[in-house]
Design a protein around this ligand. Structure first.
Ligand SMILES: *[C@@H]1O[C@H](CO)[C@@H](O)[C@H](O)[C@H]1NC(C)=O
Length: 447
């Protein structure tokens, strides 16, 4: 009888706990609310998030809560007392996701197929658990879909002009402003940020410029003309406003963006966004600048390692040279520039570059906006992406090596930087791409 009544009690408790997540289907940069109801006042519970990524690795986040006098927990306003985050963190279940114990080291979460959602299971457990979730039965569970592509966004692979690229067009007839999206030194065609930008009304093209098909076939790195060909595809597309095009780069993509913005005779930008990069690079007039950049950045003497043997590359460009032939002449920029900088960037001297006198003067200082974030690292991604302080990285060279690279960033501060910089980047792009004919609106006048 005793056993039977305990079972009854458990069944009752299980059936009556209500877990709701709103919206349960949304964009990656959209917040959700997680609400637990129908538990006893003061009841201790754990809210748990689980995600199995495309590579087959499992990720988890969890937090300990105590139910209110009305028997509820609202993750958007109640504090976590422990877990993978603490305090009030409305989106902590996403940004604090980490590989489950025992996973291989050096993982970084990146969605490669943007045509399917990230499916995260949110569940509630009795008590304050920190491990053994798989052996327990949750009191309630909900599957949440997180998308990079909003309904109606179209994904168009581009191979014309020898490009390896993907264009994302927003839903609707357009025409839309356009954007060329460049990732960093890892190469590959990485689509998720461009897909998300298209979800916000900008026709965005993700471009592989370090490992494109043409380089695989010929063994040669791309030159100026490759980026200009990508720009022309955007400019001439019937659904894109040819006079309203931006470039956005992260890391190595920043070097390319600044180089093209200042020196290309073809590319005319409305504005540019540079995340975690630098204007330092050899300016020798060569069109083979991607190759010369890569060589410039492989100065092994200045490579450092931390105690865990993670590679620190930020010194490769330090100290910031005074020699003008080693920097993009940012004084010649004619469009507004947004710099996004993590002050704990261990991979590039992005903070020092942004503070460089030449950049500050920029000849036309009114065009420059700097967003600088204390304790944020190098990989400033769209919001709620879990940060990897270090991860495995395959170098681009004739003899590729996989090394563990230190990116930097303290999780809470990094997550704040991602959320804030993304929101401001969207405002910056909207104002400069959709705004009137007068470019140059500075962020501080807007926010
Ligand atoms: C949960 O908290 C958020 C943020 O304070 C609030 O907007 C929402 O209405 C709350 N939900 C409920 C059901 O109380």
């Amino acid at each position: 009888f005793g056993l039977w009544s305990t079972k009854m009690f458990q069944e009752k408790k299980r059936c009556c706990v209500k877990l709701s997540v709103h919206p349960s289907r949304g964009l990656m940069d959209e917040k959700f609310t997680v609400l637990v109801q129908n538990v006893l006042p003061g009841f201790q519970l754990t809210v748990y998030a689980f995600y199995k990524c495309e590579g087959g690795y499992s990720w988890e986040a969890f937090a300990h809560y105590t139910a209110s006098a009305t028997g509820a927990v609202n993750v958007s306003e109640d504090p976590s007392r422990g877990g993978t985050y603490s305090g009030v963190e409305p989106m902590g279940l996403m940004w604090s996701l980490r590989p489950v114990p025992g996973s291989k080291s050096g993982l970084r979460m990146r969605k490669m197929n943007v045509q399917t959602p990230m499916e995260v299971t949110i569940s509630v457990y009795q008590g304050h658990l920190t491990e053994g979730f798989v052996d327990q039965v949750p009191l309630a569970a909900v599957v949440v879909e997180r998308w990079y592509m909003a309904p109606g966004v179209r994904r168009i692979p581009i191979t014309e002009g020898g490009l390896t690229a993907t264009l994302f067009l927003p839903s609707g007839p357009g025409p839309f402003p356009g954007l060329l999206d460049l990732w960093g030194g890892g190469g590959k065609l990485v689509e998720y940020r461009a897909a998300l930008l298209a979800s916000h009304g900008i026709a965005a093209m993700a471009l592989d410029y370090l490992t494109p098909q043409i380089t695989k076939e010929t063994g040669k790195m791309v030159d100026y003309e490759y980026f200009e060909a990508a720009y022309r595809v955007l400019e001439q597309h019937p659904q894109i406003l040819g006079s309203r095009i931006a470039m956005l780069g992260l890391s190595f993509g920043t070097s390319v963006t600044l180089r093209m913005a200042v020196y290309s005779q073809v590319i005319k930008l409305r504005c540019a966004v540079c995340i975690s990069g630098s204007h330092v690079q050899p300016i020798d007039g060569s069109h083979l600048f991607v190759f010369s950049l890569l060589s410039f950045f492989s100065n092994a003497d200045k490579t450092r390692f931390n105690e865990e043997q993670h590679v620190i590359w930020r010194d490769l460009l330090m100290p910031i040279p005074t020699d003008a032939s080693l920097k993009v002449d940012v004084g010649r920029l004619r469009c507004p520039l947004l710099l996004v900088v993590g002050e704990d960037d261990q991979n590039w001297p992005s903070y020092e570059s942004a503070m460089d006198e030449m950049m500050q003067r920029a000849g036309n200082e009114h065009l420059l906006t700097v967003l600088s974030y204390p304790n944020a690292g190098h990989l400033i991604e769209p919001p709620f992406t879990p940060s990897a302080r270090a991860s495995a990285f395959k170098t681009i060279s004739n003899t590729p090596q996989t090394v563990m690279v230190l990116w930097g960033g303290e999780p809470v501060a990094h997550s704040v930087a991602q959320e804030d910089s993304w929101r401001k980047t969207l405002v910056f792009l909207r104002v400069n791409l959709y705004g009137g004919s007068q470019p140059g609106a500075k962020m501080k006048n807007l926010l």
